[in-house]
Unconditional design. Structure first.
Length: 561
């Protein structure tokens, strides 16, 4: 085993995600450390070939396990840095001339090596002319004129420190709970001599990401259990070292020489969080297979259409399921029919809206099919088979979803690593103390006088609701909440008030139910997905984990960067 520790000496980490320059990368990607090690090795006057062999050995180990705590983004800070464009407006730019000079010198050397004296003489004459031009331009650029235009004087003043323009810059930064991150390669041979060489290189790595992220790196004998592991079904894409990466980095450096803008070579590996495997965490009975579907073929559907979408998706699955339909799909004891509801947990169809973010619009970005915990392989195959037949019934790999007045839409499978954050199981299942409703919780009983101006009527109705919500939580396997807050409004951006949602009624029934927005606080962290209330299998009462202590205003979801 090889274990490397990275201590963030400032207690924070500043690095941008490779796919979103305004978002913070967390945890640090293994390829970022590898690139920093390559830079530390190559920075020597005479890079050690033994160290290069150690880097080749390290890259061949592939993707490591990662140990990293949770982190929260630092409040966005705008920095203003000097604008270098003013320099080129005032001082003559000779960079292109020097580039041509280097090119001609190389052509002359190549011609000499090939014995082509005619070409060598031609390039030599061009070099003499170009050097004379550069010398003249340099003298002209550094010599003051007797008179200057007003515009030239104004441009020159901008070079003075007090007058220089400033450009707004953002440096995405996060602050982890634990400032030490570990990369662990379990497959590395114990006692491998390369490990000592790797440790030597690590001792020269001073930063990771932005220059303000100073680090101390070293090989360690022991580390805590991993929090992220490589997995083909993982939901978090990270850049990792792989065979050939060192050579690609050397080629990239030769091309840009540390000057030109470039994109570092990388290999992408999906990771999954091991946090969901912790047995001590309480969770709802919806802990089985999670399948994400994308709904396309038109404009984004609003969150208020969640119930209609869930009913239509469930209908399509039952239509393409093999007979007899198992109760875990139909929700009925006999496999079908409205008169024999099953007492056991069954398939939940959860439309997933984009909420809780500053740009949230409440649009549904995916639909999750979630089976209960303890489902058998046969039951999982029954769902997978129904989905597969549905998708093959359309064009290519897309099925057809009939939404009535909302028209016909296409449906396709979302691979975990390709799914947007909104459609990932980790977004809705992350362990948390606090949960906030995204769609209103439909109540089992209609509380009379809930919003009545008479305090006694309102308080009586509120007590009925609180008792109902407590029962709803324990019914799905959660502990009783330590605190319950109800409201007609949700604190999450993108979530409309209760009044804008259609009144909930059980499919096939005419009775409507009252609904409220809810925020739950538990005495212990629980993991989701959490969906409570009368319509929980149709996306009603769907809840999002939020950071504890954020309260009703300004709550932010615990989503992936």
């Amino acid at each position: 085993m090889l274990a490397v520790s990275i201590e963030l000496l400032t207690g924070r980490y500043a690095a941008t995600r490779f796919d979103n320059r305004r978002a913070t990368e967390w945890p640090p990607h293994p390829a970022r450390l590898f690139s920093a090690m390559v830079a530390a090795w190559a920075d020597a006057d005479d890079p050690d070939p033994i160290e290069r062999d150690a880097l080749l050995w390290l890259e061949a180990l592939g993707a490591p396990d990662i140990v990293a705590s949770d982190a929260h983004d630092r409040a966005r800070v705008v920095f203003y840095v000097p604008n270098n464009e003013a320099d080129s407006a005032v001082v003559r730019d000779l960079s292109s001339s020097y580039g041509k000079l280097r090119e001609l010198e190389q052509l002359e050397r190549d011609a000499e090596a090939e014995g082509d004296r005619k070409a060598a003489d031609k390039h030599r004459k061009a070099l003499v002319k170009l050097r004379a031009k550069i010398e003249t331009d340099s003298e002209r650029g550094g010599k003051a004129k007797d008179t200057e235009s007003d515009s030239a004087v104004a441009a020159g003043v901008q070079l003075l420190p007090d007058e220089r323009g400033r450009q707004a810059r953002h440096f995405p930064t996060c602050i982890p709970i634990d400032p030490v991150v570990h990369f662990v390669w379990p497959q590395a041979p114990i006692g491998a001599p390369e490990a000592d060489v790797v440790d030597t290189i690590l001792s020269r790595v001073a930063r990771l990401g932005h220059s303000s992220s100073m680090v101390a790196c070293a090989v360690r004998a022991e580390t805590p259990p991993p929090t992220f592991t490589p997995s083909p079904d993982g939901e978090i894409n990270m850049r990792v070292p792989a065979p050939g990466l060192l050579e690609e980095l050397e080629i990239a450096f030769a091309a840009h020489q540390g000057i030109e803008p470039r994109v570092l070579p990388n290999v992408i590996q999906p990771y999954r969080s091991t946090e969901f495997d912790r047995p001590e965490l309480r969770r709802t009975n919806l802990g089985g297979q999670w399948i994400s579907l994308a709904v396309g073929g038109g404009s984004v559907l609003p969150i208020t259409a969640a119930m209609g979408i869930a009913v239509a998706v469930r209908g399509a699955i039952l239509r393409y399921a093999d007979e007899p339909i198992p109760p875990v799909l139909s929700g009925h004891k006999g496999g079908q029919g409205p008169t024999a509801p099953s007492d056991a947990p069954h398939l939940a169809v959860l439309p997933l809206p984009f909420v809780g973010h500053r740009h949230a619009d409440g649009g549904i970005r995916g639909v999750a099919l979630v089976l209960p915990s303890g489902t058998t392989p046969q039951e999982i195959d029954a769902l997978s088979g129904a989905v597969d037949r549905w998708l093959r019934s359309g064009d290519g790999d897309e099925g057809i979803l009939n939404l009535g007045r909302a028209g016909r839409r296409t449906v396709s499978i979302l691979a975990p690593a390709d799914a947007p954050s909104t459609a990932r199981a980790s977004t809705w299942g992350r362990p948390s103390f606090e949960w906030v409703s995204v769609t209103p919780v439909a109540l089992d009983r209609y509380p009379k006088g809930l919003w009545h101006p008479d305090p006694s009527l309102h308080n009586a109705a509120e007590q009925v609701i609180l008792a109902t919500i407590r029962r709803s939580c324990t019914h799905v396997g959660l502990p009783e909440p330590e605190r319950i807050r109800i409201s007609r409004q949700s604190p999450l951006r993108g979530v409309p008030p209760v009044a804008q949602f259609p009144m909930y009624r059980s499919p096939g029934r005419k009775v409507t139910r009252a609904s409220v927005h809810v925020q739950l606080t538990f005495a212990e962290r629980v993991r989701g997905p959490v969906s409570i209330g009368a319509g929980r299998y149709f996306g009603q009462g769907l809840m999002l984990p939020v950071r504890s202590g954020d309260g009703l205003s300004g709550a932010t979801p615990e989503q992936d960067s």
